[in-house]
Design a protein around this ligand. Sequence first.
Ligand code: MG
Length: 327
Amino acid sequence: MYDGGRRGLLKAGLSILVSASLGRHAAAASSVQGIDPRFGRIVAPDAALRTLYNGGRWCEGLCWSPSRGGLVFSDTRSNRLSLLRDDGSVTTLRDPSDNANGNVLDAGGRLVTCEHRTRRVTREEPDGRLTVLADRFEGKRLNSPNDAALAPDGAIWFTDPVFGIRQPDEGLMAEPEQDARRVYRIDPSGRVDAMIATLDQPNGLAFSPDGRTLYVADSGAALNPEGAAEILAFPVAGGGQVGTGRRFAAVTSGVPDGLCVDAEGRVYAACEDGVHIHEADGTRLGRIATPGPAANVAFGGPEGRRLFIAAGPAIHAIDLRTRGLGF
Ligand code: MG
């Protein structure tokens, strides 16, 4: 027993030494896993996943903000909104943040934030005041806005699952007042319309480059084993008319959370085992593995080629061969 245990310890120690001596390239090779030759157009084989920050509880809501000089991110469970600069420094923007989750810039560059605790979507004005864009629908409180996306026509679309009123460390527990978990659209005039009511727990969302397809992650299986774990694609016509959704991709590792799209229309989905990358036709190209479950993903950096990934306490980054939509 003793010898066996000792051999085991020696073996473990040796493997740690071997891993350490292989250095960064070994770590990089294992974090990038293509399953289609087209994956090579996106990620170089030796591209390294770097950890930029590791001091959070549950990082979320990644949003590249050139005017602020870095990446805005939420730590939903620490109830804080922060800025991660290129030099690695982190500045607190809001503490508390009302358990902020998803963030997006509107057409004027103002920060729009989904808040769990206050069950609303807000916009930060140039003087720092917050304007409430949505907190009710048909007179009843929203569930807990989760994530938001900017449409080409300037509208802000957001999802409203129940995670922020069901998970005690992400908001205040409450019974939902809404009879569905919807996707809503905030018109530039301020009007709020319900657009999609057929999903289990809508979560991350992103538009295709032409704005005619809306991708929405359905994370129902996070609360119910029989629930959904898939990404849907909805046709969007002018004026914000939405057609019937179709399954874009099924997710087998946990549930999909945050989504983003690159300039060529590929879809990046934060999942339990990293970021899954799909061609616009739905074909899965490969995966960027993360040390912990990935919750959110966004492009940024000076040229828009840096993919930021929020995964538990950490924010990672990897430089790609393609750039994000809008850069
Ligand atoms: Mg989310």
